[in-house]
Design a protein around this ligand. Structure first.
Ligand code: G1P
Length: 301
């Protein structure tokens, strides 16, 4: 039963990255700079997300952008003047860094126009994606580059069809900040059936402690459902509400994730992410970690 769907189900090649949010939690930094371009150490957050998709074998990225997002397009494009200047200086290391983002994948753009919610952003991808399964990666969640979450999700899609969501277990008091899944076990380790979904449940009424982190592999069927989805939580068209319809039909599975995920969606978590990534970087850690230790000792006194 496990491999029977593999030959019939096309593999996933397209990724959709919603990047049209206003970034109001990071004002004033995000007044003229998209929040997706805020650096984690020395790389914009959105580049980590695109790299993760590429590592999982996805070669076609569709970024759903909005107004004031031109720097995202520039980031994934060639930068001739900079490249010429670095070539003239024979600074091959920096030239490599500049070229890296423009050579990663085939990057396409669509504008969301009205920011009517995540579900609406995903619906803007319908024409580009067509009748194929696709991944959705949200930039507020960074997954450690060594994890293979998306690859695992694509494998589950290839085995079973349908849609696949990444789920992470949180403390009960944190659950109401996220989409939350009701789940049932399957015969496969780490894979569950998602039987219901609630977007940002009222505290105390969550169906479980398993929340949606921002990684999805969606069946194209979700577009039809999204076209009929009415505004939900916050007056926005919610991806969670459309997936709930598919989940109740028995078409949605969850991959339980226990690895390293960083929330960069608010200031405190962004700072935590930055410090953790810096501590992980071989070129910085040997100086940064001892400094951090000393600094913490000094502020504890
Ligand atoms: C979105 C989704 C939510 C999910 C979260 C993950 O919420 O609507 O279901 O749990 O991303 O980061 P947002 O953070 O955009 O409010």
């Amino acid at each position: 039963m496990v491999d029977s769907g593999a030959a019939r189900t096309p593999s996933v090649t397209k990724a959709v990255v919603p990047a049209a949010g206003l970034g109001t939690r990071f004002l004033p930094a995000t007044k003229a700079t998209p929040k997706e371009m805020l650096p984690v150490v020395d790389k914009p957050a959105i580049q980590y997300v695109v790299e993760e998709a590429v590592k999982a074998g996805l070669s076609d990225m569709l970024l759903v952008t909005g107004r004031s997002k031109r720097s995202i397009e520039d980031h994934f494009d060639r930068a001739y003047e900079l490249e010429e200047a670095l070539t003239a200086k024979e600074d091959w290391d920096k030239l490599g860094l500049v070229r890296e983002s423009s050579e990663l994948a085939s990057v396409h753009y669509v504008r969301q126009g009205d920011p009517k919610g995540l579900g609406h952003a995903v619906l803007c991808a319908a024409q580009h994606v067509g009748d194929e399964p696709f991944a959705v990666l949200l930039g507020d969640d960074l997954i450690h580059p060594d994890e293979s979450l998306l690859t695992k999700m694509i494998e589950v899609r290839e085995r079973h069809g349908g849609s696949v969501l990444a789920l992470m277990e949180l403390d009960p008091e944190e659950v109401s900040l996220y989409g939350c899944a009701a789940i049932a076990p399957t015969a496969e380790d780490g894979v569950v059936m998602v039987t219901d979904l609630v977007e940002k449940p009222v505290p105390g009424q969550a169906p479980s402690r398993w929340i949606l982190i921002g990684r999805y592999v969606c069946d194209p069927e979700v577009f039809d459902v999204l076209r009929r989805t009415q505004p939900g939580r916050g007056g926005e068209i919610q991806l969670t509400d459309a997936l709930k319809i598919l989940a109740r039909r028995g078409d949605v599975r969850g991959v339980l994730f226990h690895g390293r995920r960083y929330d960069t969606g608010n200031k405190l978590d962004y700072l935590r992410t930055m410090v953790q990534f810096a501590c992980d970087r071989p070129d910085l850690a040997s100086e940064f970690v001892p400094w951090l230790r000393k600094y913490l000792e000094s502020v504890e006194q």
